[in-house]
Design a binder for this molecule. Structure first.
Ligand SMILES: NC(=O)c1ccc[n+]([C@@H]2O[C@H](COP(=O)([O-])OP(=O)(O)OC[C@H]3O[C@@H](n4cnc5c(N)ncnc54)[C@H](OP(=O)(O)O)[C@@H]3O)[C@@H](O)[C@H]2O)c1
Length: 226
């Protein structure tokens, strides 16, 4: 059966590249965006479906679930790709706590909310998958990083959300993945990877990786440390 896949925040960058790759493999893909018109335009470029979804707005998430339910009655793969990076060059000691709150509200609370509301649709899939697009910036291994503290903290929290979801949803394959540093609006023009390269592991997790690969942090199709 053709998998039904939702990628949040997919009108550009890694999400858009993943949508393109998945559509070329025959998947039924929904491109999500806060901006309905942007979603329509991006989806039209690929010949896929569009969905207005702001992951910080419960009413918008409810409407998005209704749309996919009415059209397909199930969801096979939820890709939680949406994120914000507000504090690129800010030091921790100068960080406005409000910026941390806003970042956590999108990158972590929004991701949880979307997953909670889509869980019933995922439970109607015979092999449901959730992919949380995280970042090496959230890794606890290695040397401490003095870069984008709110964003890094949010990705560490997202990784714990992945572990919590793995325990809470025993029939669902849930993983975090890191796309590597990619040339997108968020990653900037100096990044070494293309969005297509960044999307490779995401696409692999969505349609190829074994379903018993669960509760892991994955980069370049291999498990990495938390
Ligand atoms: N680029 C990198 O080097 C890199 C490295 C590691 C991890 N990542 C991760 O990869 C993912 C994609 O990043 P990217 O580089 O492709 O960034 P990007 O081009 O900035 O895309 C981020 C997307 O998030 C969406 N978004 C933001 N707030 C949202 C909200 N409240 N509701 C719904 N969507 C929202 C935006 O969609 P709309 O504005 O259309 O709503 C946008 O399309 C992110 O999770 C990022 O943290 C990126």
């Amino acid at each position: 059966m053709t998998p039904v896949i939702l990628i949040t925040g997919a009108t550009r960058g890694i999400g858009f590249a993943a949508a393109k790759q998945l559509a070329s493999r025959g998947a039924t893909v929904f491109i999500g965006s806060r901006d309905a018109q942007r979603a329509v335009e991006a989806a039209a470029k690929l010949g896929v479906s569009n969905l207005a979804i702001d992951i910080t707005d419960p009413a918008s998430i409810d409407a998005a679930v209704k749309q996919i339910d009415q059209q397909h009655g199930r969801l096979d793969v939820l890709v939680n790709n949406s994120a914000i990076l507000l504090d690129h060059y800010q030091g921790l000691m100068e960080l406005d706590p409000g910026m941390l709150t806003e970042t956590l509200n999108t990158n972590v609370v929004g991701t949880l909310r979307v997953t909670q509301v889509f869980a019933p649709l995922l439970s109607r899939s015979s092999a449901a998958r959730i992919i949380n697009v995280s970042s090496g910036a959230g890794q606890l291994e290695g040397e401490p990083q003095a870069w984008a503290p709110a964003y890094c903290i949010s990705k560490t929290a997202l990784n714990m959300l992945t572990q919590q979801l793995t325990a809470a949803l025993p029939d669902v394959m849930v993983n975090s993945m890191c796309p590597g540093w990619c040339r997108t609006e968020m990653g900037g023009s100096d990044a070494p990877r293309t969005p297509d390269e960044g999307a490779d592991t995401l696409v692999w997790l969505a349609v190829e990786a074994p379903h018993d690969l669960r509760g892991r942090f994955i980069k370049d199709r291999a498990v990495i440390g938390w």
